[in-house]
Design a protein around this ligand. Sequence first.
Ligand SMILES: Nc1ncnc2c1ncn2[C@@H]1O[C@H](COP(=O)(O)OP(=O)(O)OP(=O)(O)O)[C@@H](O)[C@H]1O
Ligand SMILES: [Mg+2]
Length: 276
Amino acid sequence: MDVSALCDNNATRLSTNDRPAPLAAMAVSVNKRLDDDQAILERECEDAERERDYIECAGHEVKNQIAGAILQQEKVVLALAGDPVEQCAKLVLARLKSIPAVLEKTRELTQVSSSSGPLLRDRIDLVKACQMDIDFEFGDYTPYAGRIVFETGDCPTLMRNVNVELVSIIFRNLLRNALIHGTPGGQVQVSLAGDGAFTVTNGGPVVQRFDELAGKSKRGNTSASGSGIGLYIVDKAVKKIGGTLQLDSPARGRESGCEVTVQFPPDDVPGSGAAE
Ligand SMILES: Nc1ncnc2c1ncn2[C@@H]1O[C@H](COP(=O)(O)OP(=O)(O)OP(=O)(O)O)[C@@H](O)[C@H]1O
Ligand SMILES: [Mg+2]
């Protein structure tokens, strides 16, 4: 039976008009259940929104305080040159400098865990979004200038309905990982294909049980600093947009290095091809 025939103009609830008594009673209880579920969902969205606001505000304030503390500590390090406690002062400075990255990870984790914000979807071109992240985070004026080779081959544009913040979290984490954990100073190959496959490949030694490193707080044998939650966040973000994540080491077709593939879901706009 076509369930939509049981609805009236309001297609989200069952109609109780002109129904035989048993059917009307059932419709009333089904509608009540739907109302209750919607109220719970709305409360959860509000809670998530509050949590996000709190973390954004706290993060902003802490970042300002840390920036001030770093400035002061740099003066202390200079003043202590040659002093026996100079190393301690340098260590404090290094710890202070690592805090903004931890805050950024916490913010990303809140975004991928939130039930409200990331449900919002935007029609975006993945090629353009990736190029923007490369230019902004790893472009000419950064220590990573010239290391990323971005190939789009058969797809100059790739349109999808996805949350732009989640996509950016995925791109930025995977690109940074390849740059900091791969061969020092080595090139990183990035590609987007017409079927929605996004691939990041870097050189370096084989990473044993690479796929297990997407667990929370898991870190591999790397000299780069980090908290071990980047891949965990990426995995959550990819699941949230309905894609899949694959971690290979050695990189496919090679004997070393790492390759990470995110398969974006097909375009859900009727009539549009995957590659446009
Ligand atoms: N592209 C890569 N090449 C080599 N090793 C990698 C790569 N990506 C991740 N790894 C390994 O997987 C581990 C987990 O990565 P993940 O991004 O979760 O944490 P992280 O980079 O150490 O810290 P952060 O939380 O700051 O991202 C890393 O510590 C590193 O050992
Ligand atoms: Mg990382």
